[in-house]
Write a protein that binds this ligand. Structure first.
Ligand code: 13P
Length: 257
């Protein structure tokens, strides 16, 4: 069985002191929940402090992005070697990076390969805009994004990574996809595309998260879906109480707690 994975993407929120307070407030609550992987993705500045505060626990740390080169004259960038000092995971290709910072399917693919080259597990984000959804292009768009992201990866690599399906219209809007809709895309589009490319065993192994307005009040129904293995949580991961509840309800929905 795939181990559920709940990740908090803090985006550009929290100073180091605020991050420390947030981790300290949620740490015990998270550790007490069995059977589920928990990942915190603070902004770069706070990563060392968050990593220090969760050291010795099962809580893992992730970065929200990184560059693909290991070092060099790339002003402002952070390398996989630097991320690996503190992190096990790295979010790649979030829609906000695609929209505001010029990320493309090609850069996403390079970053995923760099993550594997440095022992990091990528959380690869895909998802359609409202316009694409209205045009009925969700399936082809998401499938094409998955194909482009995974190009050139080995079956073993794909089996080990995480794909986050985050419909852009659901991010930060309070309008989460329904559990049925999220399940349909995660199963019939994302997992089916992995199966088409890499076969049934790899598709069975890859973990697929849903992201977009996940809250304590809607997570259980999402997590009861067979093809939803976790969530990438934005705003609600900035509250210790809310994020701990999301993780606990996820474990319960999968029959683990
Ligand atoms: P919200 O949970 O704030 O909608 O954000 C989702 C997201 O983009 C996580 O990466």
């Amino acid at each position: 069985m795939r181990k559920p994975i709940l990740a908090g993407n803090w985006k550009m929120n929290k100073t180091v002191a605020e991050a420390a307070a947030l981790v300290t407030a949620m740490r015990e609550g998270l550790v007490a929940i069995p059977g589920v992987e928990k990942v915190l993705c603070p902004p770069f500045m706070a990563i060392p402090e968050v990593a220090r505060l969760v050291a010795g626990t099962e809580i893992r740390v992730g970065a929200q992005d990184m560059y693909w080169e290991p070092s060099g004259a790339y002003t402002g960038e952070v390398s996989p070697v630097m991320v690996k000092e503190f992190c096990d995971y790295v979010i790649i290709g979030h829609s906000e990076r695609r929209e505001h910072f010029g990320e493309t399917d090609a850069t996403v693919n390079r970053k995923i390969k760099a993550a594997f080259a440095h022992g990091l597990t990528p959380i690869v984000c895909v998802g359609e805009s409202l316009a694409l959804r209205r045009e009925g292009r969700t399936e082809t768009w998401v499938s094409d994004q998955v194909k482009a992201a995974l190009e050139g990866l080995s079956a073993e690599q794909v089996a080990s990574l995480v794909i986050a399906y985050e419909p852009i219209w659901a991010i930060g809007t309070g309008l989460a996809a329904t559990a049925e809709e999220a399940e349909r895309v995660c199963g019939q589009v994302v997992r089916a595309t992995v199966a088409e490319l890499y076969g049934a065993a790899v598709a069975e192994a890859v973990r697929i998260q849903y992201g977009g307005s996940v809250k304590a009040s809607n997570i259980a129904e999402l997590m009861r879906q067979p093809n939803i293995d976790g969530a990438l949580v934005g705003g609600a991961s900035l509250s210790a109480e809310e994020f701990v509840a999301i993780v606990r309800y996820s474990a319960e929905a999968k029959g683990l707690a």
